[in-house]
Ligand binder design. Structure first.
Ligand code: ZN
Length: 101
């Protein structure tokens, strides 16, 4: 009766089509880093997320901040380290795979 669950990251049905988490389960770690940029503004950087394009969309809408996705790196304006980790976990990424630097 219930429809197949849809992946929040890629929008494809789980587990038949979505491979986000399976890919992530290879040893790759997701790193959340903050960097000070021009005008001393803090940028939150998320590296190692496959499907980063969709993840960045989710992060931007949930955090209501500006950001970019380029060369597999998500950049978000402001310091959102803890919030990003929480959202990634909600999207299904394992806590053990997320590193904060
Ligand atoms: Zn997926």
């Amino acid at each position: 009766m219930t429809a197949e669950e849809v992946c929040k990251i890629c929008g494809l049905p789980k587990p038949s089509l979505c491979v986000c988490i399976q890919i992530e389960k290879t040893e790759q770690k997701i790193k959340i880093i903050t960097e000070k940029r021009r005008y001393r503004k803090i940028t939150t950087i998320v590296k190692g997320c496959n499907n980063g394009k969709n993840v960045s969309k989710q992060l931007k809408s949930k955090l209501a901040c500006g950001g970019t996705f380029k060369n597999d790196v998500i950049e978000l304006q402001g310091n959102h380290v803890d919030a990003v980790k929480e959202i990634l976990i909600k999207l299904g990424y394992p806590n053990s795979q997320i590193e904060i630097e």
